[in-house]
Design a protein around this ligand. Structure first.
Ligand code: PGA
Length: 250
């Protein structure tokens, strides 16, 4: 399976003009990317203006609500996201958990709803600095994964992309060592194997996220054998984002 490189712009581009310029830069650079699959998750208000403007770059939403429709002021439904041609939806990002009170339970409801519409959820999991210091990394991941994947049927489990994003590495410039990323990757595969069998574990797509740049991306995708990366800060610079994709263009 080719590498997957996902941009998470968060709430950064200030105007539609800025977002279009950044997207155009990435789209232009993507012409030199042969194998890696690229996706961009812009702020949701910009999705409809950007969707469809590049054949090569898939679109993703940063968040969603699980209900089909109705009186949920400010929320965005999956049918709305799907109607724009989006393919990916981030679920359970640590900023959603920490700042907006998202739980494993709400992440699970979103994940199931994303799958029900045939889209691909990117379920984000990861430990905080404190949890890491306390030696709790694997316990935290186990709970987040088991709760996040609750009621997911075996036949759709390979539609899910998992992203290991240690919270202490997000936006901090602190990067996870290859050995830890690899250990986590193996741990996640074992958990998938236990729950869904060996084939599912072998096919699981596991991304790394947290201060990824072009000069450290190979550590995750080559050394730690992960399937790709979820990129925040570095995806706001089209040239750097393309450089990241180029490094793992296999
Ligand atoms: P970062 O963000 O690359 O800026 O650390 C990653 C993420 O939050 O997905």
């Amino acid at each position: 399976m080719p590498s997957l490189v996902v941009a998470n712009w968060k709430m950064n581009p200030k105007t539609i003009k800025e977002a279009k310029k950044l997207f155009a830069g990435i789209a232009a650079g993507s012409k030199n990317i042969k194998k890696a699959q690229m996706a961009v998750c812009p702020p949701s208000v910009f999705l409809s203006s950007l969707a469809g403007s590049s054949k090569k770059i898939k679109m993703g939403a940063q968040n969603c609500y699980w209900e089909e429709k109705g009186a949920f002021t400010g929320e965005i439904s999956l049918a709305q996201i799907a109607s724009l041609g989006c393919e990916y939806v981030l679920v359970g990002h640590s900023e959603r958990r920490k700042i907006f009170g998202e739980t494993d339970e709400s992440a699970n409801k979103k994940l199931l709803a994303v799958l029900a519409l045939g889209l691909t959820p990117i379920l984000c999991v990861g430990e905080t600095e404190q949890e890491k210091e306390d030696g709790g990394t694997f316990e935290v991941l186990k709970v987040q994964l088991e709760k996040g994947l609750e009621k997911v049927a075996k036949k759709v489990v390979n539609k899910i992309v998992l992203a290991y994003e240690p919270v202490w590495a997000i936006g901090t410039g602190k990067v996870c060592e290859a050995a830890q990323a690899e250990e986590v990757c193996i741990f996640i595969k074992k958990l998938i194997c236990k729950k869904y069998g060996r084939t599912a574990a072998n096919q699981a797509q596991i991304l790394y996220g947290g201060s990824v740049r072009s000069d450290n991306v190979l550590r995750f995708v080559k050394d730690a054998q992960m399937s790709g990366v979820l990129v925040g800060g570095a995806s706001l610079d089209a040239k750097e984002f393309i450089k990241i994709a180029k490094e793992i263009d296999f």
